[in-house]
Design a protein around this ligand. Structure first.
Ligand code: THU
Length: 138
């Protein structure tokens, strides 16, 4: 699965993202997460959480997706889609908010996917107010 065979229309993407939950490696928490980031060209880059026996070495789905985006040449995140194996809305953890901030556009949104549908849209920047970012380093 890569950016070329993942749909970019929101309806289709939301319908397909939960399929990726079966590829999550959530051996320790059993909390499966799949994420997609949409880059400046409209391409979708996907990832799942990848846990590790050394617990802090595990990675979040958003982190995996951002790595895929950067590897494919994407440099801006317009939207982040998150699907989880649980029923509730899952928002990015603090560390992932920082990772998203590195690439987020001014109007970046986080979109929750539940039951194969986009259910909630949250503007990204209020999730990380007064953030430290690339601009601080000049
Ligand atoms: N997790 C994500 O992948 N993304 C989130 O937004 C929240 C948490 C993962 C990390 C860990 O593998 C599991 O969910 C439980 O925290």
């Amino acid at each position: 699965m890569n950016a070329h065979d993942f749909p970019t229309s929101e309806t289709e993407l939301a319908a397909r993202l939960p399929d990726l939950l079966s590829r999550s490696y959530a051996r320790y928490s059993n909390f499966t997460v799949a994420a997609a980031v949409i880059d400046e060209t409209g391409a979708a880059h996907v990832g799942v959480n990848v846990e590790n026996a050394a617990y802090p070495s595990g990675t979040c789905a958003e982190q995996t997706a951002i790595g895929a985006m950067v590897t494919a040449g994407g440099r801006k995140i317009a939207r982040v889609y998150i699907a989880a194996g649980s029923d509730g809305v899952v928002q990015p953890c603090g560390a992932c908010r920082q990772r998203i901030a590195e690439f987020a556009t001014e109007d970046c949104e986080v979109v929750s996917v539940q039951g194969g549908k986009a259910t909630r849209r949250t503007p990204f920047w209020p999730l990380l107010p007064d953030s430290f970012g690339p601009r601080d380093l000049g």
